[in-house]
Design a protein around this ligand. Structure first.
Ligand SMILES: *Cc1c(COP(=O)(O)O)cnc(C)c1O
Length: 371
């Protein structure tokens, strides 16, 4: 059902596309919305063509149980994280916890801000799969930053329990949902803020990221005041109400409108059905790929995600395998160690099938790995 509808919505699919976690394929309607808005800007003048993005924000916010005024559009997940952490007036000495599986640019940002502001980064213990133990959270922490699903490993963090534990202990929680929104269920996490991106599992256009900040407090401001997000009441500027304080005024409006269409399509498909389909696809892919040519799946075979990572056997590498895959018209990605510098010891091959991926594509990749 999901498979057919998802593929039917795309008149063009790159052959052998197995990189939804890198850059997914937008639907025809998403593409049309982007182009239509660009045309409207030319016909009317850009400022006269500004669309109402409230429905897009409402649809996005609904995926985590938040409200449209909690949403700010930015240029990428990285820009969203920088805007969120960069403006946050956490006290010097604040203890900021993160698992070693965190995303490379988040770690760089955190350590730089910590050095400037006297925050104390605290590495949180994880098990062999990189999974956080929620019972370890709480005592002595002020903020926890965690990716729901990492870029380099398809493990789904237990965010319901992590969120409950953080709330009970009065710990702020930033959930990076770049790899989870549109892929696995995010509702119930109850995070202070969510950081996401358009082009991955939500299959929106490139060049859009977002913040969803249901737990906005006066200590949370944009790193840089702007005429859109702040009032000229003092020279420093006071933030306007809501998450719009984080938003840049000038932007690729057409791409933001396109993301809105992608999120509405995701709602129309039914998020629970999409999540179930992708979990199935991931388990199937791991079953087909684990052991092929000696490659080993890095996460548990039955992990409910479609982000599959593989470690090379002696004598092969992720880079070489990705080249062989491309020669067979299969698009996979290599995750370099810099993506998760504290966790990855060698690059892994990432296989992330979009909805509706035929079984034959997975078998074709298994044959490539075995060569
Ligand atoms: C992709 C990704 C990001 C960064 O998002 P961009 O839009 O590429 O800046 C952050 N965290 C995780 C887990 C990601 O997969």
């Amino acid at each position: 059902m999901i498979a057919g509808t998802w593929r039917a919505a795309r008149s063009v699919m790159p052959p052998g596309h197995l990189d939804a976690a890198g850059c997914n394929v937008p639907s025809d309607r998403v593409l049309d919305a982007v182009v239509a808005h660009l045309r409207l800007e030319r016909e009317r003048g850009g400022y006269a063509a500004v669309p109402d993005l409230t429905p897009a924000k409402a649809a996005l916010a609904a995926l985590v149980g938040a409200a449209p005024e909690d949403v700010a559009f930015l240029e990428s997940g990285t820009a969203a994280m920088a805007a969120l952490l960069g403006g946050w007036r956490l006290e010097p000495g604040s203890r900021v916890g993160y698992p070693r599986t965190e995303y490379g640019s988040t770690l760089m940002l955190l350590h730089r801000l910590a050095a400037q502001r006297g925050w104390k980064p605290v590495e949180l213990p994880v098990d062999d799969d990189g999974r956080l133990d929620p019972s370890e959270l709480g005592a002595g922490l002020d903020l926890v930053i965690v990716s729901h699903v990492a870029s380099h490993r398809g493990v789904v963090q237990p965010v319901g329990e992590i969120g409950a534990r953080c709330r009970a202990a009065g710990v702020l929680l930033v959930l990076d949902v770049c790899q989870s929104l549109g892929h696995v269920d995010v509702r119930g996490a109850g995070a202070t803020a969510y950081v996401g991106t358009s082009r991955k599992w939500l299959a929106g256009p490139r060049g859009v990221g977002f913040l969803i900040v249901p737990g906005l407090t006066p200590a949370m401001d944009a790193a840089t005041p702007s005429l859109r997000g702040h009032l000229w009441t003092s020279q420093a500027g006071d933030p306007v109400p809501g998450a719009v304080r984080y938003e840049s005024a000038e932007s690729a409006v057409a791409a933001r409108a396109g993301l809105g269409v992608a999120v509405l399509e995701h709602h129309a498909l039914g998020p629970p059905a999409v999540h179930a389909h992708l979990a199935d696809l991931g388990r199937t892919a791991r079953g087909v790929l684990d052991g092929a040519g000696g490659w080993r799946v890095a996460e548990p075979l039955d992990e409910p995600s479609a982000l599959v990572t593989l470690r090379p056997p002696p004598g092969d590498t992720a880079e070489a395998a990705a080249v062989r895959a491309a020669e067979s018209a299969l698009l996979v990605s290599v995750v370099p160690t810099a993506r998760a510098p504290l966790d990855l010891r060698e690059p892994v091959l990432r296989v992330s099938p979009p909805p509706g991926t035929p079984l034959e594509t997975l078998h074709a990749l298994a044959r490539v790995l075995a060569r």
